[in-house]
Design a protein around this ligand. Structure first.
Ligand code: ADP
Length: 493
């Protein structure tokens, strides 16, 4: 694979077998027009005049020629070859690879008629050997170049990257990931379950489903990373492993907390004056007759107040859920929750011309939590699915049950979400700016609320989406153990 180590034995072999003075190998550039590298071997103390000119001359002569060139008496030629003392005869061979001349191999002797047929044949065989050598070296270089590029990317990216194989052994952990997770290369080849990494990450990576998923990973030093986990599929579609890419979202988390504090203060203080305005606005009609225009204006004022109240309600809800105040623990029948959530959205879907369907849930399970909040989370997702799906589209709501979880899914055939927006989607006030959604009303709080509710219940929420194809949002909630189910669940707080 190393050209130099392969070529020199060939040159030495040529000298030994033919008793020649010099043997040279001239590697041409890929275009074939330039000399890229010269390897040479020869009798010591013999200086050959004009040798570089000879190399060029032979390269030029053989570049387009398939066949060897043997000159038994150089003194009869013109050009540089005639002055190549002490050489008297030469044999020049093209080294050909896939119909291209990639190099020239030539041998020169200090007597004339040095190359009889047997020697020429032998040298010709060596030229073929050299072609194999060049091919191997090129392939190796291409592969090595690709490997180096990839290694450079993995080494320099600030994203932490981790790869495991199908048996969950650690195959790769790039320098950024080594720093973030405080593990070193000695972890290579070990089973992931035995490597010391944060539990939420380990659990998410080792979960056996083949879906892409994401998880937030809080570190001990206070930073938070957002990990996307994707399966690696082999050409047969079987899972060959998983790749995990982690991005530092600490800054966004801090921002989110600042937003929460701000929101808590402001929304609380807004409630009282709003109630006040609403009160006086409704009283206007009671204290005297209003004309049509005044009625119309008053309706609009009340509408505005309602929107603001709804927003403040959402904000305070969010705050309440984040703080865990008054969240109930009761047995909630998910089948019923889905039916209720979908029913409240039916009118909205019909108005928009979107078909809303609820798959029948078999053996609809029960989870423990705050039924009103879970219903609200599902309604929010159904509401979004309708909002972000153009007329004629379809929204499907369904429920799957695994050994330990109930997974609610809400899929739409709408505008979809680009991968770069997914990281921040569940943040408060985060709205994606797209032309299609410029006239869609929203606060950017819906998904933040969903996330808070689901996390408060120890569940997971995530999304799978493709731009212009549609999105599927999932909520996974823990199923209670048999024991827990048997207990009579009391309403709390
Ligand atoms: P909003 O009040 O803006 O709907 P959300 O928090 O509910 O706020 O959603 C945040 C953003 O996520 C939305 O602005 C929208 O761009 C995007 N989004 C939410 N659900 C969907 C969906 N089903 N399809 C496409 N985009 C969605």
């Amino acid at each position: 694979m190393d050209l130099e180590r392969g070529v020199l034995p060939i040159l030495n072999g040529a000298l030994e077998e033919t008793g020649a003075t010099v043997a040279r190998f001239i590697l041409l550039s890929t275009s074939g027009n330039r000399v890229q590298r010269v390897f040479s071997s020869g009798k010591e103390d013999v200086e050959i005049a004009n040798i570089a000119a000879l190399d060029r001359d032979f390269s030029k002569a053989l570049r387009r020629r398939r066949h060897r060139l043997v000159i038994q008496d150089l003194s009869e030629t013109k050009g540089p070859a005639s002055m190549a003392q002490p050489l008297q005869s030469v044999a020049v061979f093209p080294v050909r690879l896939h119909n291209d001349t990639v190099a020239i191999f030539w041998v020169g002797a200090d007597q004339s008629d040095a190359f009889d047929e047997a020697r020429v044949n032998f040298l010709s065989t060596l030229a073929n050997q050299a072609a194999v050598l060049v091919e191997n070296a090129r392939l190796f270089q291409a592969a090595e170049g690709g490997r180096r590029r990839l290694a450079a990317i993995l080494a320099s990216t600030t994203d932490a990257i981790l790869v495991i194989d199908s048996r969950a052994r650690l195959l790769l952990i790039n320098p950024a990931a080594q720093r973030v997770l405080e593990v070193n290369e000695s972890a290579y080849g070990r089973l992931l379950k035995n490597v010391d990494i944060p539990e939420p990450l380990k659990t998410a990576v080792l979960r056996s489903d083949e879906e892409q998923q994401a998880v937030e990973v809080p570190l001990e030093d206070g930073r938070t990373f957002y990990a996307s986990i994707a399966p690696i599929l082999d050409p047969q579609g079987l899972m060959a492993g998983k790749v995990v890419v982690m991005r530092d979202v600490t800054h966004f988390k801090e921002l989110d907390e600042m937003k929460s504090d701000f929101v808590a203060t402001v929304s609380h203080d807004l409630r009282a004056p709003l109630t006040f305005i609403r009160g006086y606005a409704t009283m206007l009609m009671m204290v005297g007759d209003l004309n049509d225009k005044q009625h119309d204006y008053l309706d609009r004022i009340l509408e505005g107040i309602d929107q603001m109240s709804a927003l403040i309600g959402d904000l305070l809800n969010l705050r309440r859920i984040e703080a865990g105040v008054g969240v109930r623990q009761e047995a909630c029948r998910l089948g019923l929750i889905l039916v209720e959530a979908v029913d409240t959205m039916r009118a909205r879907a019909t108005n928009k011309g979107v078909m809303l369907r609820l798959d029948p849930a078999e053996g609809a399970p029960t989870v423990i939590g705050d039924c009103t909040l879970i219903r609200q989370a599902v309604s929010n997702l159904v509401d979004n699915a309708i909002k972000y799906t153009p007329a004629g589209g379809q929204v499907n709501v369904g429920l799957d049950v695994t050994d330990s979880e109930a997974i609610i899914h809400i899929s739409d055939t709408g505008i979809g979400i680009a991968p770069e927006d997914m990281v921040r989607l569940f943040e408060k006030f985060y709205r994606i700016k797209r032309r299609e959604t410029s006239d869609v009303q929203g606060t950017g709080l819906g998904l933040a609320l969903v996330k808070s509710i689901v996390e408060r219940h120890g569940g997971r929420v995530w999304v799978d989406s493709e731009v212009d194809q549609g999105s599927t949002f999932y909520i996974a909630l823990q199923l209670p153990d048999e024991e827990e189910k048997a207990d009579d669940i009391e309403v709390e707080g």
